[in-house]
Design a protein around this ligand. Sequence first.
Ligand SMILES: *Cc1c(COP(=O)(O)O)cnc(C)c1O
Length: 369
Amino acid sequence: MNRPYNFSAGPAAIPEEVLKTAAAEMLDWHGSGMGVMEMSHRGKEFISIYEKAEADFRALLSVPPQFKILFMQGGGLAENAIVPLNLSRAATVDVVVTGSWSQKSQKEARKYASTVNVIASNEADGHRSIPDPASWKLSRGASYVHVCTNETIHGVEFQQLPDLAALGSDAPLVIDFSSHVASRPVDWSRVGVAFAGAQKNLGPAGVTVVVVREDLLGHALPICPSAFDYKIVAEHDSMYNTPPTWGIYVAGLTFDWLLRQTEGDLSGVAAIEARNIAKARTLYDYIDGSQLYVNPIDPAARSRMNVPFLLRDESRNDAFLAGAKARGLLQLKGHKSVGGMRASIYNAMPIEGIHALVDYLREFEKSHA
Ligand SMILES: *Cc1c(COP(=O)(O)O)cnc(C)c1O
């Protein structure tokens, strides 16, 4: 029997093959007599899991050698504090506000930076577009510029990273790519730090992947907890404190799965990206052509990962969700701050899931016409 299609925004669907491997290895990982959760993080078994996960993530996203890959705890929200603790130098920080997540980031940074400047915002249009980087009011001498490259709740995504150097700034760019990591390539020449909680696109909650350029290590504020100091974490290969071993293991299985994906001549992230483009296009095209559903986001800023949509007749919301659940289409309810529906269609969602959703959208619209 097929499992239902799970449209949760996070924690979210994990590739079925990954879940099956984790289940098969639960009691005995590779003949070691131990499950991964029971292993010392310093033993050779776990070290081999860790080294493969790190190497596979580096290969998957073509992370250049001058970047360290850290596996930390605390999720995206903890990084909102950990980033200014490491990079702000207690000076000025620039933030671009494009939705709920970057809004939280700018608030948290105020605890550690002397000044936080919101250098651009899409608040006036209800977080439905991406402000043109040419219009950003970059601060002179900012310690860094923070952007959330995919706003999970509002469904807006940067289709390319801003080129701060071309805008006359030498500040490092910090990206919160929690909800679209590994869904598309990253132009690392434009990035200083990238962080992502795993539970949207990489695996279970509990591990945060942080990619940090080496020259940005070693500038933490004196009050920065040692376990959150990027330099200390990097020097200890993410084992200054006990790392989230289970999360690293399942994320590692997911990296391995991602690397093996193919689409025509493409493989790895290029294949996944092509698939994500096709998935998103299929869903947006249907919504745009319908009489009942609407997606209000500027088409140039629409997320490939999170597709919020409203029913023009909101009195039908409960019936819509009940019918979806009965069909094996789970967790489509929108975030409470936006309302309506949201289909999160991360890497683990196959195109068949999109077709099943569109079939249901069509049928529901017809039966309620
Ligand atoms: C989910 C999410 C977060 C928060 O992650 P936590 O693990 O709950 O701290 C941060 N940023 C973005 C873009 C997210 O989607």
